[in-house]
Design a binder for this molecule. Structure first.
Ligand code: F6P
Length: 327
């Protein structure tokens, strides 16, 4: 029998990402366009437990496409990790007459969604919203392009002072366990190197960097470092430089949460808009427990299990490109 969806719940969960608001707008408008009611759930899964929910009309999502952050607020909800917590969430859904969920977030969000969908037989579709770009099955996640642009804007500024003082800068960027932001921001900012966790498991990248030599034609250098326990991040590497190569004048900049803010780029707004409409299409098509992805500009459906579990590989060849371009 066809499971008719009359009302969806919409939430953002995990770290916020620029473009989440554009996605909220697209999901809301596409649902209402198709005669489906929309209930906004606040603060991620927590809102399903506390009942912080309100109905959205089209005007609730006016003038938000250009805003960073998420108007639905977000959280990492510990209660949702327990069966008891998820049972309360299910009771709230029943009370609010919510038939299905659209969740916007990263792998933690989809891990929770997968379990919840299975336990209570709830249709759930996910949109990849994270600056880390670490979800398998999609070329890009909502927020990644904006974060890259924020990083290169900051690196351009640091370069001015690095070259004035003839210093070596280790600039740490986010990414959790993945090197996508580091690799591509290094390429886009003309950095001398990127140090990423994926490669550190194979070689000592700092040693490699010293061996290859920094750019000969310049006295300053920029190295983009992905946050990582494996490499020790920018501070860990700077400490090693201090001990092993004290001849370098090293400075560290941690870009931090600035990378998560700001108005989304055109790319992220377009991606979020297309994915939001695709999420409602997928639910009406009886698709369940999938993430909407984009591959070669075509919208695809990726089972939660694959999006979370399969490792998305970084293109390590780009490290070679960075090296060639930094002679
Ligand atoms: O997943 C997004 C992200 O910004 C990661 O890059 C980073 O490691 C983490 O979230 C930081 O989380 P929080 O804001 O909770 O400190």
């Amino acid at each position: 029998m066809k499971y008719e969806i009359k009302c969806i719940g919409l939430l953002t969960s995990g770290g916020d990402a620029p473009g989440m608001n554009a996605a909220i707008r697209a999901v809301t408008r596409a649902a209402i366009f198709n005669g489906i009611r929309v209930k906004a759930v606040y603060k991620g899964y927590k809102g399903l437990i506390t009942g912080e929910i309100s109905e959205f009309q089209t005007q609730n999502v006016s003038n938000i496409i250009q805003q960073g952050g998420t108007i639905l607020k977000t959280a990492r909800c510990m209660e949702f990790h327990s069966v008891e917590g998820r049972k309360v969430a299910y009771e709230t859904m029943k009370r609010e007459k919510i038939d299905a969920l659209v969740v916007i977030g990263g792998d933690g969000t989809f891990t929770g969604a997968r379990i919840f969908a299975q336990e209570f037989n709830i249709p759930i579709v996910g949109l990849p919203g994270t600056i880390d770009n670490d979800l398998y099955g999609t070329d890009s996640t909502i927020g990644y392009d904006t974060a890259l642009n924020t990083i290169i804007e900051a690196v351009d500024k640091i370069r001015d002072t690095a070259s004035s003082h003839e210093r070596l800068f280790f600039i740490e960027v986010m990414g959790r366990d993945a090197g996508f932001l580091a690799l591509n921001s290094a390429l886009a900012s003309g950095a001398e190197a990127a140090i990423i966790p994926e490669r550190e498991t194979k070689v000592d990248q700092l040693e490699e960097l010293i061996k290859n030599g920094f750019r000969k034609s310049k006295n300053s250098s920029i190295v983009i470092v992905a946050e990582s326990e494996i490499t020790g991040g920018a501070y860990g590497l700077a400490e090693r430089m201090h001990k092993e190569h004290p001849e370098y004048d090293v400075r560290v900049t941690i870009l931090g949460h600035i990378q998560r803010g700001g108005s989304p780029t055109a790319y992220d707004r377009i991606l979020a808009s297309r994915m939001g409409v695709a999420a409602i299409d997928a639910l009406m098509d009886e698709q369940r427990s999938i993430m909407i992805g984009i591959v070669n500009d075509v919208i695809v459906h990726v089972p939660f299990t694959k999006a979370i579990k399969d490792d998305k590989p970084v293109n390590e060849n780009l490290l070679g490109v960075i090296q060639i371009l930094s002679i």
